[in-house]
Ligand binder design. Structure first.
Ligand code: COA
Length: 256
């Protein structure tokens, strides 16, 4: 991993974690998941850090998993960096804020369901094309997306893999506010600083109470999804989808 692919910065009680691999559209490698999981772990345990903020670039949040890296080193078991990162954000006890602009593909969208507050540029495009990739949802999204969007809109997003834009995300409640892309990271930062000035124990207890009903279920669903996702990565549908991406052609699932 290039040392600058994930940037972390702590200021005013806020840890900012920045996806910074623009030349690959902020797609995320296993090493980057490891760095993000470590950062989230540090933010959870360090009392100086009161809030964490996830952000990308004003043109792209994340193209999801790095497909080449994924094929070369698929996540092996529940301790794989991607699962460490996902459990880290799902169980993060402090406020987690996100700023999202441009494409947010796959985990780029599903990680947002674990954030407390999300600010989007008006160019944000959310998509969860797991079916189109011969895979299944991850990050607890098969549980959380139908809950937030309602079943039929969830089916549109998860079965059809249809992208939706910032305004639609605002309407369903995935996003708190839509702003010009150049302002998204700044707005999220000022909200994060506002939270960092509040009593941490009240924030943590309020978050815990709001999330407690689903907390265990989310972790269980994630583990089940992870097992299916890992198995499906090695099956013909995913091989065809990823092969097509690498060869820059349309996948053909008709023979499966
Ligand atoms: N993994 C690996 N490389 C990726 C990538 C990914 N998920 N997403 C983009 N890249 C690479 C492209 O292959 C391209 O490389 P090249 O310059 O060598 O051709 C480069 O990043 C720029 O991407 P490009 O597709 O030209 O940018 P764009 O602005 O036209 O489109 C996206 C941006 C995000 C819409 C598009 O790249 C995309 O759909 N990516 C794949 C998303 C995906 O399926 N993720 C998997 C989730 S499991």
């Amino acid at each position: 991993m290039n040392m600058t692919d994930i940037l972390t910065h702590v200021e005013d009680g806020v840890m900012t974690i920045t996806l910074n691999r623009l030349e690959r559209k902020n797609s995320i490698t296993s090493a980057m998941y490891g760095a993000m999981a470590d950062a989230i772990g540090q933010a959870a345990s360090d009392p100086q850090i009161r809030v964490a903020l996830l952000q990308g670039h004003e043109t792209v949040f994340s193209a999801g998993n790095d497909i080449g890296d994924f094929l070369n080193q698929p996540p092996a078991g529940q301790d794989a960096p991607v699962f460490r990162f996902l459990r880290g954000i799902a169980s993060f006890p402090k406020p987690l804020v996100a700023a999202v602009c441009g494409p947010a593909v796959g985990i780029g969208t599903t990680m947002l369901f674990h954030c407390d507050l999300v600010y989007a540029g008006d160019n944000a495009a959310f998509s969860m094309p797991f079916v189109n990739l011969g895979l299944c949802p991850e990050a607890g999204s098969s549980l959380l997306v139908p809950r937030m969007l309602g079943y039929h809109r969830a089916a549109e997003a998860l079965l059809l893999g249809e992208p939706f834009m910032a305004e639609a995300a605002l309407e369903v409640g995935l996003v708190n506010r839509v702003v010009p892309p150049m302002e998204a990271n700044g707005v999220a930062r000022s909200i994060a600083r506002k939270l960092a000035a509040k009593p941490p124990s009240s924030l943590a207890e309020t978050k815990r109470l709001m999330k407690k009903e689903l907390a265990q279920q989310v972790l269980q669903q994630m583990a089940q999804e992870g097992a299916s996702f890992g198995r499906m990565l090695g099956e013909p549908a995913a091989k065809e989808a990823f092969g097509a991406f690498m060869e820059k052609r349309k996948p053909d699932f008709t023979k499966l």
